[in-house]
Write a protein that binds this ligand. Structure first.
Ligand code: SF4
Length: 341
């Protein structure tokens, strides 16, 4: 997987008052990335692209560097207590990206340079919940790995939580550029998760991400570095040969994961689902998509806020659940399946 090199970058002038802002400016300038100033990282305008597809692709090559002004963190129930805001969006183009409906048509990448202020806010949340542990999620609005080689934000965050007894950190990625994080002093306080799928699904729908084999290889390195490890297998599709494909994924993990990483492993399992809004976004951005998006084949599940989702029929769901639970319990008998939906 190649490193992400932005085609253009925008800096908020205020970002240049922070050490990371200055450092990023120097790095991007030396890489020959065209740089402009912008009034706000939230309102970058004038990006090229005549069609929605072009505008989307250009945005995915654009980086905005700013200061995260709001000091409040969004809640991240039920997986963690708070979202930890490090960055927003990512350069990959998964057709079913979970951020597609929240980030709009131009999901350019934002990184926040006021990391010390973000950490002190995290500290106050931890204090307020003491002596209970407080969990923070670092990938609620992004995949934080592709920009890590430029920002070092994850490394700093992992070490920050490594020093705090009452804070725990988790994030998830579809990328394999993990080497710089292997030497971080995590102290077992960060759960490093990989989002996985069958190799054929990744190849078809997760554009500009690492392959299944690359992610599994990266997970093995992370396990050897002593991190608690987790996997999200999502979205799980039901298609001819699905059992073979998902079986091969779990067998690849089995071949590579060291034995001592298996006693503290988590799996999150999410079957494929979509909302009407997500379907319309996908068809705008990927008009040729082959994703299964036929409402009449699905069961409609009413949602909390008036918009429901189309999930697989109950018998299909039961079949997927039974197969995945059976395979996981036979290969990774000590692993915890956090949920299946
Ligand atoms: S890697 Fe994650 S955040 Fe990036 S496009 Fe894919 S699903 Fe979205």
């Amino acid at each position: 997987m190649n490193l992400f090199v932005p085609k253009r970058a925008f800096f908020e002038p205020q970002a240049l008052e922070y050490p990371l802002g200055k450092e990023l400016y120097g790095k991007l300038e030396a890489m020959g990335v065209p740089i402009k100033l912008t009034g706000s990282h939230n309102r970058v305008t004038g990006l090229p692209g005549k069609t929605p597809q072009e505008a989307f692709r250009e945005a995915k090559r654009t980086m905005a560097i700013g200061v995260r002004k709001s000091t409040d963190f969004a809640s991240c129930k039920p997986s963690a207590h708070y979202q930890l805001p490090l960055n927003t969006s990512c350069p990959s183009m998964c057709e079913y990206c979970y951020l597609a409906t929240t980030l709009g048509k131009k999901p350019y990448i934002r990184v926040y340079v006021n990391i010390e202020e973000i950490f002190s806010q995290a500290e106050s949340y931890m204090k307020a919940r003491a002596p209970e542990l407080t969990w923070f999620e670092g990938a609620a609005t992004s995949d934080p790995i592709p920009t890590e080689y430029l920002t070092g934000l994850l490394f700093k965050t992992i070490e920050f939580f490594g020093r705090h007894e009452l804070g725990r950190f988790r994030f998830v990625t579809k990328h394999d550029q993990v080497d710089t994080l292997l030497r971080a002093r995590h102290n077992g306080h960060t759960r490093f998760r990989f989002s996985l799928n069958a190799a054929a699904i990744i190849e078809k729908y997760e554009h500009a991400t690492s392959s299944m084999a690359e992610r599994v290889g990266a997970a093995a390195k992370v396990a050897k570095a002593g991190y608690p490890l987790g996997f999200i297998i999502a979205p799980i599709f039901y298609f001819p040969g699905w059992q073979d494909e998902y079986g091969k994924l779990l067998e690849a993990l089995d071949r590579q994961l060291p034995n001592d990483a298996r006693s503290d492993l988590t799996f999150e399992l999410i079957s494929h689902r979509f909302t009407k809004r997500a379907k319309s976004n996908i068809l705008d951005l990927f008009p040729e998509t082959t994703l299964p998006l036929e409402e009449s084949e699905r069961k409609y599940k009413y949602g909390q806020f008036g918009y429901g989702k189309y999930i697989y029929q109950p018998e299909v769901m039961a079949e997927i659940k039974e197969f995945m639970e059976f395979k996981l319990s036979s290969i990774f008998s000590q692993a915890k399946i956090e949920y299946f939906v």
